[in-house]
Design a protein around this ligand. Structure first.
Ligand SMILES: Nc1ncnc2c1ncn2[C@@H]1O[C@H](COP(=O)(O)OP(=O)(O)OP(=O)(O)O)[C@@H](O)[C@H]1O
Length: 567
């Protein structure tokens, strides 16, 4: 089509399709951010406009020699890319909430449009810039150039989303908290993605400024940013083909109808939008997917399971600081003191159960041990390093793995892909290749075998039972090769057999492999069976720290559990 289109398409079609293909490049970037990484953005129009204005301003005010054309090309990519870093940092940097990104992406096109309006002769104000010399190409030449660029962008995006790094985006979309507790810095990844895609958008701006010969404030605006989101949604987000089909189809249809039916076209396009949303909720790509048979191996395959490393028991314990030291820890929410004066040390090989009635502060304590940004009094040290101020991913790097109460996995991925995610912080995922092998430490492989998950590596996680999801999350935590594992009610909702399996795994990890574990658990029979030590928390205070026998025979514990012990 790109090669032979100019032979049978008229001038109108060549013109409109060249523009549509440039817009389709933008829609692909919207889709990578929204469909894959879960970041809804209206801001791509702003980066596009900046790329187009940078080109038009160089060609208008400086000239159009080959060197200046090259300068325009470089600036069209570089300026949006640098702004992308700033926007990414504001959207996803420290302390940003999920709302920040969308609000900033709404404000950005409005600000850029106002700058274009108020730029006087530099930006051409409301008339924009026109009449500058462009690349010496015919209409057919521009059609081919934009087609090749769209193909290149779509192919690069397609390779990227199938690669290991592309799966990281899906993991972030599914469960950003789990990513952090697998040692991945989701903020940094999203900032990098925003910046690179801003650069790609700037490239589209360069093409547009040359192909159209005019750049105006509407090209940077919020309305255009919204149209890109709609085209992406109608095409089918979370696919690469969808946004390309949606954008080219709808933009071309709109251009044709606006000429032939000047008063009715908007109504017709609006009705089509509604019909497609009702009839094709997965967009045009969903329709294509239904018609074409799904190719085998389109999902990541489990591949051969390999035992990459053998987890070694930590040695030379004697001269080293304890694995975990909690000193006079306190935590309050407003006037509510949830934890007070907690002192605890944990050595390698210990399986410490943390018990106490509902609301005693057990989950809060686990959070304080795994997230150094929680405001606390006192201190928490892992292997002698104070964790104050460290985000969860940095604490994972110190050797702490955390399993949540409700299984925290990635529902859009397969079992194997989830496990690869647990290795992603250790081995940088490829931007191009999709691994077919699974390198796991021997302890993780053993859990897979014990739970029969080793036979389900290609299965989508969404199809797993509750118990298997719990086991998968535990395997992911063990795959981090931690020295200390924090487990919040790992047996909640499991059958007796599943509980026994988890108990066997925990005993092996601590007793044979020398890891330490802190386990929050309500099932006291389970606790009694597997613990090397039990710690009792009551009303935010540590009231007992002893052996299983000490706790079983304690009158205080009986009183606490019968509701009789109060301050
Ligand atoms: N973000 C928060 N803001 C205010 N109060 C909170 C917050 N998180 C926990 N709390 C309070 O802190 C206390 C301890 O809660 P926490 O969840 O740590 O208890 P728990 O021992 O884990 O209970 P359970 O066994 O029911 O899970 C409760 O009174 C709870 O309401």
């Amino acid at each position: 089509m790109i090669a032979f289109g100019p032979a049978f398409l008229d001038r109108f079609a060549l013109n409109v399709l060249s523009r549509s293909m440039i817009y389709a490049m933008l829609a692909v970037t919207v889709d990578l951010l929204w469909g894959y990484a879960g970041v809804l953005t209206f801001g791509q129009a702003a980066f596009f406009g900046i790329g187009a204005y940078a080109t038009a301003m160089v060609l208008t005010h400086l000239g159009s020699s080959p060197e200046l054309m090259l300068l325009a090309f470089v600036l069209a990519i570089l300026v949006p890319l640098v702004l992308g870093v700033v926007v990414g940092w504001l959207s996803f940097g420290y302390g940003a909430t999920p709302l920040y990104a969308t609000v900033i992406s709404l404000v950005l096109p409005i600000v850029v449009t106002q700058v274009a309006f108020s730029g006087g002769q530099w930006t051409g104000s409301s008339s924009g810039l026109v009449g500058y010399a462009t690349l010496p190409l015919s209409l057919a030449g521009y059609f081919r150039l934009t087609g090749i660029c769209l193909l290149a962008v779509a192919a690069a995006a397609w390779i990227f989303v199938r690669s290991d790094a592309g799966k990281v985006l899906v993991a972030i979309r599914d469960n950003e908290a789990r990513c952090a507790y697998l040692g991945l810095n989701a903020s940094r990844i999203k900032i990098a993605l925003t910046a690179v895609l801003a650069g790609v958008t700037g490239l589209a701006g360069f093409l547009f400024a040359n192909a159209s010969g005019v750049v105006a404030p509407e090209n940077t605006g919020f309305v255009f940013g919204t149209e890109l989101v709609i085209w992406t949604a109608l095409g089918g987000r979370g696919t690469i083909l969808g946004p390309v089909l949606g954008t080219i189809g709808i933009d071309y249809l709109s251009a044709s109808l606006s000429g032939q039916l000047p008063f009715l076209w908007k109504l017709i396009v609006g009705a089509l939008f509604v019909a497609m949303i009702i009839l094709l909720p997965n967009g045009l790509a969903g329709l294509v997917g239904k018609i074409l048979p799904r190719s085998k191996g389109s999902r990541g395959e489990g591949g051969p399971l390999r035992q990459a490393q053998v987890m070694q028991a930590p040695q030379d314990v004697v001269d080293k600081p304890p694995l975990l030291t909690i000193h006079d820890l306190g935590k309050s929410y407003g006037s509510l003191n949830v934890l007070q004066g907690i002192n605890l040390t944990v050595q390698p090989g210990e399986l410490v159960s943390l018990v106490g009635p509902n609301g005693a502060g057990k989950t809060t304590l686990m959070r304080c041990l795994s997230d150094g940004t929680e405001s606390i009094s006192g201190s928490v040290s892992v292997r002698g390093a104070n964790i104050a101020g460290l985000a969860p991913d940095a604490i994972v790097a110190l050797g702490v793995g955390r399993k949540f109460q409700v299984a925290s996995v990635f529902d859009s991925l397969t079992v194997a892909e989830c496990l690869r995610m647990a290795r992603a912080a250790r081995y940088r995922p490829s931007l191009v290749h999709s691994s077919q092998e699974l390198d796991l430490p021997s302890a993780a492989v053993e859990i897979l075998k014990l739970t029969a998950l080793d036979g389900m590596l290609d299965r989508p996680v969404s199809a797993l039972s509750h118990g298997l999801k719990q086991s998968l999350e535990l395997t992911m935590v063990v795959a981090l090769e931690p020295q200390l594992i924090l487990l919040d009610e790992p047996t909640a909702g499991l059958t007796k057999t599943e509980r026994m399996t988890i108990g066997t795994i925990l005993k092996k990890l601590t007793g044979e492999l020398g890891l330490a574990a802190i386990l929050v658990e309500h099932d006291l029979d389970f606790v009694r069976e597997i613990s090397s030590r039990i710690v009792v928390l009551h009303q935010g205070q540590l009231v007992l720290d002893g052996t299983v026998q000490d706790v079983v025979n304690s009158e205080l514990v009986k009183a606490i559990y019968s509701g009789g012990a109060h301050d």
